[in-house]
Design a protein. Structure first.
Lengths: 632, 260
C-alpha cells in the first residue's frame, strides 16, 4: 500500500476518512431528529457560546467527579489535537516536516494515556453507575487508535518505513474507524450530539447564570397535547436525549431510584433514545427498580407510555420533579421537562392520572384547592391572630401568600411564627384570605396544564385588584410558580421567600434575635428553593444570625436530596421499597444535629411524617421567633 | 345497546362553582364501561355539562330550554325518541339547578322501571345486571329485562379523571326543543353551603365530667380497668381466663352445660 501512496498521505487520509465516516453516521442519526417538532434555535448565538458552555458550564458539572474531568481533558483533548494535527498533514509542506510528526506523536501519546484512564473505569470491573454494552469496547478502540497513531507518527518522525508502518497504520485505522462508526449508536454519539445539543439547547438561559427552570407553557389549542411518541418532542429535545452518555450520575442523585420506585432517569432517557429507532442497541445499565423488562414498539410514531409500552406509567408518576438529575447531568439534559411533557399527554389527552391523584386534581379544578376545602378556611390557622386581609386594605407593602400549607395544622404553627415575626418587625402586610386560590403547582407538575392556566389566570386577576410591592411566601412551590411561571401567563411580581425576607429584616435591625448556641441544626434545602431558584444562602444566613451550631448534610445546597414531597409524588403514591423522607432523615441523622431546619410546607410534612426520628423538624421562622422571643 | 346519561347543571358542594355532579361523573364511568353512551341535558346553557365530555362521553345532546322551565316534558320526549336500553342519572341533588326528582318524574312519564342506588351495571342488550347498594356496604344484585332507568349511588367506582383534550374533541349537539313546557313551580327553598356536622356516637357515655367521659371512651376505667392481672399463671388457668373473657365479650358461644 505504501508503495502506491506515501504514508504521509495515507495517515492524514485515514483521519479524513474517519471524519467522513463520523459525518455519515452522524447524519444517519440526525435524520431521525427531523421527525421531531420544530423549535426556535438561536444558531449563531449558540455556536459562538459553545466553547464557553462546554469549558465552563459542562466542566463545572463534570468536575464534581475529578477523575472524569481529568480523564476527559486528556483523552478528548488528546484525541481532538492528534486528529486535527494529523488531518492538517494532508498538506505536503507540513507532511514533509519531520519535527511536526513528533508533536503529532506526543498528542497521540497523551490520548493513549487518556484511553487507559477510560479503561481503568471499566476494567477489571466497571463502576456501578456506568452502562456496559457498547461502552465496554470504547477503551479498546481508543487504545488502538492512540497507540497505532503514536507509532505511525513516530515512524514518520524518524523516517522509518518497512513492515512496521502498515501494521501501525492498520491498528490506528481499526481503532479510528471504529470510533467514527460509533457516532451513530455507540459511545461516541455523546460527543457529536452533545456538542450540537449545547448549541441548540432548549433552555439557553441556564448558561447565562440564571435559573431557567420554569416549565414552558403548553398551547392548549395545539392539535395534540403533550408527548405521546418520540415525534411529539421538539427536534432539539430528541437531540438532547441522544447526548446522554449513560454515566449514571442521575440515577445516583434520583430520590425515587434510591427509594426503589420504578424510576431510573438514565433508563428513562435511554428509553426515549431507543424509542426513536428500532436499530438502537440494547440498554446495558441499571434497570428501573422492580426489574421490568424492556418491551413495546419502537419508532418515531410508537407510543412511549403504557403498561405494555417501553415506559410504564408508574415510572412517570414516581418523579418528584426535584431536578436532581438535571443538576447532575454533565450533558445538560432536561429530564424533568421530558417527564412533564409525557405526563401532559397522559393527563390532558387520556385522563390517565394515577388513581390516587384524580381526587386532588379534580378538587383543584373545581374548587381551587386540592383538598376541596373552603377557601375561606385557609386563614383558620390564624384564629386569634390579627391577620389583615387585602380586601379590607386594598394595599400593603407586602402581600403574604399563604399557600396550601395553611390548611395543615402543623404548618399553621410555622405560619403563625412568621406572622408574629412580621408584626414584631412592624411590616405592613396583608393576605388575600378567601380570594387566594392554589397557584396550580400540583396540577402543572401532574401534567394538568389546563387547570394550572385557569388557576393562574384567576389568581392574576385577583392580584390585579390590589397594590403591593412584593409577595412574600413561605412555600417555595408557590414562590416558583408566582415568580417564574406566572410571567408567561401575564403576571409579573417580585416574589421573595420568607427566609430571604426575614434575613432582610434582621440586617435592617428590625428583628433582634439573641444567639442560641445550644441548638444544633442541620438545614434541609427545599428543591424548589435551592435547585429551582438557586437560593441556598439566605436560610443559612438566618441560622447563622441566631448563632446555632450548624452542620451540613453530605448532600446539601443545590445538590440536596428531595424530601419526596414534590411533583405530586405524595398524591400519586407509587409504591417503592423504601420511603424517600426516611432516606433523607437518615442522612440528617448522620450529622447528629438535634433539629432539622426546613423552609417549605411539603418538606415539613414529609420529614415530620418519618417514624422513629430522633430530631425535631422546625421551620426557620420558628427558630428565629424563638431567638427573638428569648431576647425580650 | 343505547345508553343515555342524564346530566344536570350542578354546583360544587364547597366552592359553589358550576360543576358536573360527582354522581353523574360516576354514572358516565359505568356507562363508558358498557359501551357508547350519550349525555342528555335540558337547560338554558350546555356549558355547565361540557365537563362530561372530558370524563368519558363523546357526545352530549342539549335541549335548549329557557330558565325556569320544567325540563321533564322535553327530556321525556327526547328519551321516547331515543328509546334507550339504559338511562343513568344521579341519585340526589347537590345544589344548583338540580332537584333530584327528575329521574322519578321521567320514570313515571315514560312508564320506565326505576332502580335506585346502583353501584355497578353489567350485561348486554338483553338482560342487565345491576348491583344496588342497600347502605353500609350491603349489595343486592338485580337482573332486569328491557329498558330501565337507574340512579347511581356514591359508592359506585370513583369517576375517571377529567381529560381536557377529550373535552375539547367532544361534541355538544343542540336538539329540537319542545317549547310546550310548563314552568317549574317555584319552591320556596333556602340554599346554604354544606357544613359537616358532628356525629353522635351511639352508646357513647353521657353525663359525668369531661374527664370521666374521656376515660370511659378510651377504655381507661372501662373493661380494661376491670381486668385481673395474673402474674405467671399456669397455662390451664390462663386459658380458662382467656376463654372466659372471650365469652364475656361475645366472641365465643356461652359456656358448655357441664360448667354451668
Amino acid at each position: 500500500m505504501t508503495s502506491l501512496m506515501p504514508l504521509t498521505t495515507v495517515f492524514p487520509g485515514l483521519v479524513w476518512l474517519m471524519a467522513a465516516l463520523a459525518l455519515v453516521q452522524g447524519l444517519r442519526r440526525a435524520a431521525l431528529w427531523r421527525v421531531g417538532a420544530a423549535a426556535p434555535v438561536a444558531w449563531l448565538d449558540g455556536l459562538v457560546k459553545l466553547p464557553k458552555r462546554y469549558l465552563v458550564d459542562v466542566h463545572h458539572v463534570v468536575a464534581r467527579d475529578p477523575y472524569a474531568s481529568r480523564m476527559h481533558a486528556v483523552v478528548a483533548g488528546g484525541l481532538l489535537a492528534a486528529s486535527i494535527l494529523t488531518a492538517l498533514a494532508i498538506l505536503p509542506p507540513i507532511a514533509g516536516f519531520r519535527p511536526y510528526w513528533f508533536v503529532v506523536a506526543l498528542a497521540f501519546g497523551v490520548t493513549a494515556v487518556g484511553s487507559l484512564l477510560v479503561g481503568a473505569r471499566r476494567y477489571p470491573a466497571k463502576q456501578k453507575r456506568l452502562s456496559a454494552g457498547r461502552f465496554q469496547i470504547l477503551p479498546f478502540l481508543l487504545v488502538a487508535y492512540a497507540v497505532g497513531g503514536t507509532a505511525t507518527a513516530l515512524l514518520l518522525a524518524f523516517g522509518i518505513g518497512g513492515v512496521f508502518a502498515p501494521l501501525a497504520l492498520a491498528l490506528a485505522a481499526a481503532g479510528g474507524l471504529g470510533l467514527a462508526f460509533e457516532v451513530r449508536h455507540g459511545p461516541m454519539r455523546h460527543a457529536a450530539a452533545g456538542a450540537l445539543h449545547l448549541v441548540a439547547h432548549p433552555r439557553p438561559g441556564r448558561f447565562e447564570g440564571r435559573p431557567d427552570t420554569a416549565l414552558q407553557p403548553l398551547d392548549l389549542d395545539a392539535p395534540r397535547l403533550g408527548s405521546e411518541m418520540p415525534a411529539d418532542f421538539t427536534w432539539n429535545r430528541l437531540l438532547s436525549y441522544d447526548a446522554c452518555v449513560s454515566c449514571g450520575r442521575c440515577e445516583i442523585a434520583c430520590p425515587a431510584f434510591a427509594a426503589g420506585q420504578p424510576l431510573n432517569p438514565k433508563r428513562l432517557i435511554q428509553d426515549l433514545v431507543a424509542g426513536l429507532s428500532p436499530a438502537e442497541p440494547a440498554y446495558a445499565g441499571n434497570p428501573y427498580p422492580g426489574g421490568r423488562p424492556a418491551q413495546g414498539e419502537r419508532g418515531a410514531l410508537a407510543g412511549l407510555i403504557g403498561p405494555d409500552a417501553r415506559i410504564h406509567p408508574d415510572t412517570l408518576w414516581s418523579c418528584t420533579t426535584c431536578r436532581a438529575c438535571v443538576e447532575e447531568c454533565p450533558m445538560m439534559i432536561e429530564h424533568v421537562d421530558a417527564v412533564v411533557s409525557l405526563r401532559r399527554h397522559q393527563t390532558l389527552e387520556r385522563g390517565a392520572l394515577p388513581e390516587k391523584a384524580v381526587g386532588p386534581v379534580t378538587e383543584l379544578r373545581q374548587s381551587g384547592d386540592p383538598g376541596g376545602r373552603p377557601l375561606s378556611a385557609r386563614t383558620d390557622f390564624a384564629a386569634g391572630v390579627d391577620l389583615p386581609v387585602m380586601a379590607d386594605r386594598q394595599q400593603a407593602e407586602v402581600l403574604l401568600w399563604l399557600g396550601e400549607g395553611a390548611y395543615d395544622l402543623r404548618y399553621g404553627r410555622s405560619l403563625r411564627a412568621l406572622i408574629r415575626l412580621l408584626r414584631e418587625a412592624g411590616v405592613d402586610f396583608a393576605v388575600l384570605g378567601a380570594e387566594e386560590r392554589d397557584t396550580g403547582d400540583l396540577a402543572r407538575r401532574l401534567g394538568d396544564e389546563a387547570t394550572f392556566q385557569a388557576l393562574a389566570r384567576e389568581n392574576i386577576a385577583t392580584l390585579q385588584n390590589y397594590r403591593f410591592e412584593r409577595i412574600v411566601t413561605a412555600d417555595p412551590h408557590a414562590l416558583h410558580a408566582l415568580r417564574n411561571e406566572y410571567p408567561a401567563m401575564g403576571g409579573r411580581y417580585t416574589v421573595i421567600h420568607h427566609t430571604a425576607f426575614l434575613l432582610e429584616l434582621i440586617r435592617a435591625g428590625k428583628l433582634n434575635p439573641v444567639r442560641l448556641p445550644d441548638l444544633s441544626v442541620t438545614y434541609h434545602d427545599p428543591c424548589y428553593l435551592a435547585r429551582y431558584n438557586g437560593e441556598t444562602e439566605a436560610p443559612r444566613a438566618v441560622l447563622d444570625a441566631i448563632g446555632v451550631s450548624r452542620s451540613e448534610m453530605a448532600r446539601s445546597g443545590k445538590r440536596a436530596m428531595c424530601c419526596g414531597g414534590g411533583g405530586g409524588a405524595p398524591v400519586s403514591d407509587i409504591p417503592g421499597e423504601r420511603r424517600i423522607p426516611d432516606i433523607r432523615m437518615a442522612q440528617a441523622a448522620e450529622t447528629g444535629a438535634g433539629i432539622v431546619a426546613v423552609a417549605c410546607p411539603s418538606c415539613t410534612a414529609m420529614l415530620e411524617g418519618v417514624t422513629g426520628r430522633t430530631s425535631e423538624i422546625r421551620d426557620i421562622a420558628e427558630l428565629l421567633l424563638q431567638a427573638v422571643e428569648a431576647g425580650r | 345497546m343505547t345508553i343515555v346519561v342524564l346530566l344536570s347543571a350542578g354546583r360544587h358542594p364547597v366552592s359553589g362553582a358550576p360543576v358536573l355532579p360527582r354522581m353523574e361523573a360516576q354514572a358516565i364511568r359505568i356507562a363508558a364501561s358498557l359501551g357508547e353512551a350519550v349525555g342528555l341535558h335540558a337547560g338554558p346553557d350546555a356549558e355547565a355539562v361540557r365537563e362530561a365530555l372530558g370524563l368519558g362521553l363523546t357526545r352530549i345532546e342539549h335541549i335548549a330550554l329557557p330558565e325556569g322551565l320544567d325540563p321533564v316534558p322535553a327530556l321525556s320526549a327526547r328519551l321516547a325518541a331515543l328509546a334507550p336500553d339504559l338511562v343513568l342519572a344521579g341519585r340526589r341533588s347537590q345544589g344548583g339547578a338540580e332537584s333530584g326528582v327528575v329521574p322519578y318524574a321521567l320514570a313515571e312519564a315514560l312508564d320506565l322501571l326505576l332502580i335506585p342506588d346502583v353501584v355497578a351495571v353489567s350485561g348486554g342488550a338483553d338482560t342487565l345486571t345491576l348491583d344496588q347498594s342497600l347502605g353500609r356496604g350491603a349489595l343486592r344484585r338485580v337482573s332486569v329485562r328491557g329498558p330501565v332507568l337507574a340512579t347511581v349511588h356514591p359508592d359506585a367506582a370513583a369517576p375517571h379523571a377529567y381529560a381536557f383534550g377529550k373535552a375539547r374533541r367532544g361534541a355538544v349537539e343542540l336538539v329540537g326543543a319542545a317549547a310546550t313546557g310548563v314552568d317549574v313551580p317555584q319552591a320556596i327553598v333556602e340554599e346554604r353551603p354544606y357544613r359537616r356536622r358532628p356525629k353522635l356516637v351511639k352508646g357513647a357515655p353521657t353525663g359525668g365530667s369531661a374527664a370521666e367521659r374521656l376515660k370511659a371512651a378510651t377504655g381507661e376505667g372501662g373493661s380494661a380497668a376491670k381486668g385481673r392481672l395474673l402474674v405467671e399463671p399456669d397455662p390451664e388457668e390462663a386459658a380458662r381466663e382467656i376463654l372466659a373473657h372471650l365469652r364475656q365479650i361475645g366472641v365465643l358461644a356461652g359456656p358448655t352445660k357441664s360448667n354451668s
